[in-house]
Ligand binder design. Structure first.
Ligand code: NOJ
Length: 539
């Protein structure tokens, strides 16, 4: 595909689909999803019309943070299968024209990783400075006031050597010293291992934390703290956004670029916009796609979302692709945040904005947050902070994908206890049922992804806001060559009569989130139903 300025890469036009492997499909009856399970569902993935699958971590791990605590970067955790299973899955996906992206966790390892075992064994071990060790503060206690995202101090004391090590997540996730050339080289070697095997790229975990202040200075109090999130009490000026981290990302990018075939580097950049754009790199030599999380944090408000999209479009470097996300394994489900009707409009928004959308497994069914009984909570963030776990724990967004109405929803065999409970609505909300219902969320999702494939204006056209003068409506034009599409979305849950006559007299409905309307409409008197989104072809 070309945009007139040259050929576009697959990651500029396609859709990325995130699979949380533990919850996709169990093939061996242990109640946990695995790689052969994903392979078994290739038809389903192909029918979603996606360009790539991103797998959350599948590497050897004690699973304190469900794979984000890696004990061996180049082997597969037995829960998920073997390296041969991995190769089969990769070949299977490639056979369907689907790329595979792995999760790279370079900021920290598991405390069981051999590197850390060596590092903690003595102060003069050659790997001591592969991690961040500090003496206690004068008078005792942690070396400084840095906090963990999962509650409490970011430091744990190690009796053996009498020093503290840094961890901004669980104490079982010690942080690597990426300033050390050998550590960076080891991580780049991990990337080469998987790229040589044929993977198409990486999603890089918490890149904004990769480098910390060399002087380990205390962080100042946050005057605007909400009093709820303990981590928000400080301003993270010494642990986040250190300019030197961009050198690390450039080194990763150079590795990816050294391979043929459009490999991609994606960043989990959950950072404010003005920081976010820096992650493309001054010479466009960092992330191809730094994720933009702003839609996740935004209220469901047409004016605010329009403003957010316009701001981002305005500050993006030239010819950079936005990378919008609306959900992932750390966030409440879209349908629970906005409600089931608005979730359909939100999906149309995500799949029609300019750039590369990433969709989280199960959102194509409109899955809602699961109900997790207290004694089944597994998320270390929630377990460590019971005070805020009443609000949301990440397990709620990680429940098994319901496939059909057979026992355990076809996720796991009968009689097996899935690792997390199925969402309570699975008998009604499952793939088989929705595949047979032309008005289901799944049908809408597939119709949207098909449209993106057929209409260059959607896959790579330009973006322009359209002023409808109606409160609660967000509208925009996507244009490629002679093709002009108009997207009109109701955010207010009310009906509108819109006049967009300045664009043209008439248009053809390509898709309504209601899945019922087709045919031509008069743009001077365009009726938009409550909680409806429309894609119109202007002619
Ligand atoms: C971000 C990941 O998305 C999250 O699940 C994990 O807990 C932290 N990084 C730590 O790796």
């Amino acid at each position: 595909m070309t945009d007139g300025n040259g050929t576009l890469a697959w990651w500029q036009t396609g859709i990325i689909y995130q699979i949380y492997p533990l919850s996709f499909q169990d093939s061996d009856g242990d109640g946990r999803g695995d790689l052969p399970g994903i392979l078994h569902r290739l038809d389903y993935l192909a029918d979603l019309n996606i360009a790539a699958v991103w797998l959350s971590p599948v590497f050897a791990s004690p699973m304190r943070d469900f794979g984000y605590d890696v004990a061996d970067y180049t082997s597969i955790h037995p829960w998920f299968g073997t390296l041969s299973d991995f190769d089969r899955l990769l070949a299977g996906l490639h056979g369907r024209g689907i790329k595979l992206i792995l999760d790279l966790v370079p900021n920290h390892t598991s405390d069981r990783h051999p590197w850390f075992l060596e590092s903690r064994s003595s102060r003069d071990n050659p790997r001591r400075d592969w991690y961040l060790w500090r003496d206690p503060a004068p008078g005792g206690g942690p070396p400084n006031n840095w906090l963990s995202f999962f509650g409490g101090p970011a430091w744990t004391y190690d009796e053996t050597t009498g020093q503290y090590y840094l961890h901004q997540f669980t104490p079982e996730q010690p942080e690597l010293n990426l300033r050390h050339p050998a550590v960076l080289e080891a991580m780049l070697e991990v990337m080469r291992f998987w790229l040589d095997r044929g993977v198409d790229g990486f999603r890089v975990d918490v890149p904004w934390l990769l480098i910390k202040d060399a002087g380990f200075r205390d962080e100042p109090e946050n005057p605007a703290w909400d009093g709820i999130d303990p981590h928000g009490r400080l301003l993270h000026i010494h642990t986040a956004h250190q300019p030197e981290l961009h050198r690390i990302i450039r080194a990763m990018r150079a590795v990816v670029d050294g391979y043929p075939g459009e490999r991609v580097l994606i960043g989990e950049t959950n950072v404010p916009e003005e920081e976010l754009v820096k992650y493309y790199g001054a010479a466009r030599d960092e992330f191809h796609l730094p994720f933009n999380f702003r839609l996740i944090h935004a209220p469901w408000d047409a004016r605010k979302i329009r403003q957010m999209v316009e701001t981002y479009e305005a500050i993006l470097p030239q010819r950079a692709s936005p990378a919008w996300v609306l959900g992932n394994h750390d966030q409440p489900r879209i349908a629970s945040r906005f409600g089931p009707d608005a979730a359909r409009v939100a999906t149309m928004l995500l799949l029609t904005l300019r750039g590369t959308p990433t969709c989280y497994y199960g959102d194509e069914l409109g899955m809602e947050n699961g109900v997790i009984p207290r004694d089944r909570i597994r998320d270390p963030q929630a377990l460590n902070q019971p005070g805020i776990s009443g609000v949301f724990n990440r397990d709620e967004a990680r429940t098994p994908l319901p496939w059909d109405t057979s026992p355990n929803a076809g996720f796991a065999p009968e009689g097996v206890d899935p690792w997390l409970p199925l969402g309570e609505d699975w008998p009604m909300r499952n793939v088989a049922r929705q595949a047979a219902d032309p008005r289901s969320m799944l049908a809408l999702f597939r119709a949207l992804t098909r449209l993106r494939q057929c209409h260059p204006a959607l896959s790579h056209g330009s973006y322009e806001s359209v002023d409808t003068k109606a409160d609660g409506v967000f509208a925009y034009k996507r244009t490629a060559g002679a093709e002009r599409l108009l997207i009109v979305l109701d955010f207010a849950g009310s009906e509108h009569l819109l006049d967009s006559g300045e664009l043209a007299d008439g248009a053809e409905i390509l898709l309504s989130t209601g899945m019922r309307r087709t045919g031509r409409v008069d743009l001077r008197r365009l009726r938009l139903l409550s909680n409806e989104g429309l894609i119109l072809k202007i002619s």
